[in-house]
Design a protein around this ligand. Sequence first.
Ligand code: DC
Length: 228
Amino acid sequence: MSLFFNIAIDGHSSCGKSTIAKSIARKYKMRYIDTGAMYRAVTLYCMREKIIDNSIIDTDKLLEKIDNLNIDFRYNTNLQKSETFLNNQNVEDLIRGIDVSENVSNIAKIKEVRSKLVSLQKRMGLNKNVVMDGRDIGTKVFPDAKLKLFITAKVEVRAQRRYNELVDKGERVNYSEVLKNINTRDFNDSNREFNPLVKSDDALLIDNSHISINDQNILIEDLINKIK
Ligand code: DC
């Protein structure tokens, strides 16, 4: 069964937004868009082009090159998941590393980057069967979404989850480095000038520090069933 409305999922870093979004997409045959991956891909591009170096951004160079950037998602049938492509290169794994994580909020605060990605995201939602996760989906990308969720969890719980993910992927990180990165991104996401992370008034708040994924799915499916 497909839904003919968009679902907006916002919240803090590493609170399981993408797990929720993927599970809804699978169950209701919707298209899942991970907007964090789009900001990460722009960041990787900026690192490669030396538009960002030691946290210093060359804004003129960014504005000159931003139109050369093409980001899209392609479904990998073998892995049964959607992967992020930057200018036709699969960057799905590269964008998840700690180096991109450390630079991404500096890039995500730039007005021109946000307006380019927000307009791309709005276009992706025109067919109304999209579940999108990010920081400004309920407020800026799909302000008229029928279902808006704002997900959070205690910062230590989120850091432990991200740490486990990175270790599973073979990254050499320590917990305090991951915790520091998440605290910094929380601060930057919530305090930037353009499209900061804020809960939309009509979004439902879920703190999943102590809820199992299964219970959370049941709660959300209940909400969806009430709308359709
Ligand atoms: O969801 P994530 O942790 O992969 O997102 C990476 C960064 O991108 C995050 O620190 C904030 C930024 N972001 C954003 O500013 N707006 C979005 N809609 C999605 C992500």
